[in-house]
Design a protein around this ligand. Structure first.
Ligand code: CP
Length: 308
């Protein structure tokens, strides 16, 4: 593929190939000297029109570890603030002849819009509520370290603000491809209208949802995306949906805890659970570097001629 827009475009074999490639880069990341010349001479633009700590930094680290040149553009430091359109911004970036543009944008479909218009590879680093494929891939990479390559027989609960979550949408697709059973749990107001058509079991009661699961992925309550009047009462939300030790005791023994970050500690995840031995929160961050190295490698060196 020229671009990585969502995990829905990947076959199981392609997803596993990407994750296998990431294993090699993960090994490099454990060495005292982590830089390899693999992408020397390639250039990667990090175009982040929405805030990011993990995704932007780990793509930057990933590119530099592979010896690519990375260039960052954020909304506040760009001519987007002067009203320049997404298309003109992207064409301007392409005129500098990068090999890959990594884009995060508030608008669902922004990555696809660029992919259809530009010759260089477009990697979606999160578009609106739609998709966050690199997050789903790094989450799968983190789970692989505990579950192995085949997730069949495993059940993962995605808990929290499903409605606004591109992480949930991409994870539901990829986890199903890899053989896991997926549950989602949220108050009705934070479940998407079409959730009953998703390949998941839907819960509104956390005590029921958590029974016997092998992992719980907590999601941030996206306070900045709530529509007027629909924001739940935060203390009531925390009382009902914050993952605590009491809930984890109802999950399978040794159940893993995940959160894509950034976390609202005490709102969707209890602070002691975020830091517990079973928490993969920082493993997910480390996985992000290896997975994004694999993504940059596969897209900057692709041999399909770059057809749009
Ligand atoms: N998980 C994630 O996408 O984090 P950032 O918004 O900090 O990149």
């Amino acid at each position: 593929h020229k671009d990585l827009l969502d995990v829905s475009q990947l076959t199981v074999e392609e997803a596993n190939h990407l994750l296998d490639t990431a294993e090699q880069f993960h090994e490099i990341n454990q060495r005292p000297v982590k830089k390899v010349p693999t992408l020397k001479g390639k250039s990667v633009v990090l175009f982040f029109a929405e805030a990011s700590t993990r995704t932007k930094t780990s793509f930057d680290v990933a590119g530099k570890r592979l010896s690519a040149d990375t260039f960052a553009l954020t909304k506040s430091g760009s001519s987007l603030t002067k009203g320049e359109s997404l298309k003109d911004t992207a064409l301007t970036l392409q005129a500098m002849n990068p090999d890959v543009i990594v884009i995060r944008h508030w608008s669902s479909g922004a990555a696809q819009y660029l992919a259809e218009r530009l010759d260089c590879a477009i990697v979606n680093a999160g578009d609106g509520w739609h998709a966050h494929p690199t997050q789903a891939l790094l989450d799968a990479f983190s789970l692989r370290q505990h579950w192995g390559r085949d997730f069949s027989g495993k059940t993962l609960l995605i808990l929290g603000d499903i409605l606004h979550s591109r992480v949930a949408r991409s994870n539901v697709i990829l986890l199903n491809k890899l053989g896991a059973k997926v549950r989602v749990c949220a108050p009705r107001t934070l479940l998407p209208a079409g959730v009953n058509d998703w390949p998941v079991t839907v819960y509104t009661n956390l005590n029921e949802a958590v029974q016997g699961v092998d992992a719980v992925m907590c999601l941030r309550l996206q306070l900045e995306r709530q529509q007027a009047g629909l924001l739940p009462d935060l203390s009531e939300y925390a009382t009902t949906y914050c993952l605590t030790a009491r809930h984890l005791a109802m999950a399978a023994p040794g159940a893993l805890v995940m959160h894509p970050g950034p976390m609202n500690r005490g709102l969707e995840i209890a602070s002691d659970i975020a830091d517990c031995a079973e928490s993969l929160v920082l493993t997910q961050v480390a996985s992000g570097v290896a997975v994004r190295m694999a993504i940059l490698f596969l897209h900057a060196t692709r041999k399909d001629g770059g057809s749009k």
